[in-house]
Design a protein around this ligand. Structure first.
Ligand SMILES: C[S@@+](CC[C@H](N)C(=O)[O-])C[C@H]1O[C@@H](n2cnc3c(N)ncnc32)[C@H](O)[C@@H]1O
Length: 195
């Protein structure tokens, strides 16, 4: 069965454009069949973007989809350098198109299974994780994330309460020794851990 997290979705193309407004910015994202939240920016994604404070340095958007998190953060934080990765090649192609479409100069997207293709360390990791893949995929991503963060930096995770926010928080606390729900809105929790 095909999922939004397939490496190469076979779903027939159905390209659309989505508008996303935040602060005084108006961004346009091209989306398609076979990617996550293809018809509008996901509610949890929106809450995450609006919760994250100003950023600097290297930022990783883990599981970027067509790019709403990485691209918006790049535009809001011109001094940050954003790397965006996804296992789904169709999503990565859309993210790269959307970087160009929105004239973003401080972000790049590439295909990677988790951290496999990711080089270096980061000052922030942000993720709307692929919860549908299950704990067997998501928890190892949490476990590995700590190896890719510089000292003094944060990971931000959005997760729906009913999709296991409390268990994810427990898991992240086990890994990082701390984890705080810094925002709770519409059934979504924004978790932040510090290293
Ligand atoms: C919940 S979606 C979020 C997408 C996008 N960040 C957004 O907010 O709209 C999770 C993303 O993780 C990707 N993903 C799933 N497994 C992955 C893996 N092992 N490595 C990298 N990305 C993965 C999926 O393809 C999907 O695009």
């Amino acid at each position: 069965m095909e999922h939004y997290y397939s490496e190469n979705p076979m779903a027939k193309h159905s390209i659309i454009r989505i508008e996303y407004n935040i602060e005084n910015l108006s961004l346009t994202f091209e989306s398609d069949a076979g990617v996550f939240s293809k018809t509008k920016v996901d509610y949890g994604t929106d809450v995450l973007i609006k919760t994250i404070p100003a950023l600097r340095g290297r930022v990783l958007d883990l599981g970027c989809g067509y790019g709403p998190i990485g691209i918006t953060l790049a535009r809001l934080n011109p001094r940050a350098e954003i790397a965006m990765v996804d296992i789904n090649q169709r999503a990565v192609d859309l993210a790269n198109k959307n970087i160009l479409l929105n004239k973003i100069e401080n972000a790049t997207a590439f295909q990677s299974d988790g951290f496999e293709g990711v080089g270096g360390t980061f000052d922030t990791i942000v993720t709307n994780p692929p919860i549908r893949t299950g704990k067997k995929v998501v928890y190892p991503l949490f476990e590995e994330s700590i190896n890719y963060l510089n000292k003094g930096s944060h990971i931000y995770v959005v997760i729906q309460k009913k999709q296991g926010a409390q268990s994810a928080m427990n898991k992240l606390t086990e890994i990082y020794g701390n984890c705080e729900a810094i925002n709770k809105k519409g059934g979504y929790w924004i978790l932040r851990c510090f290293i």
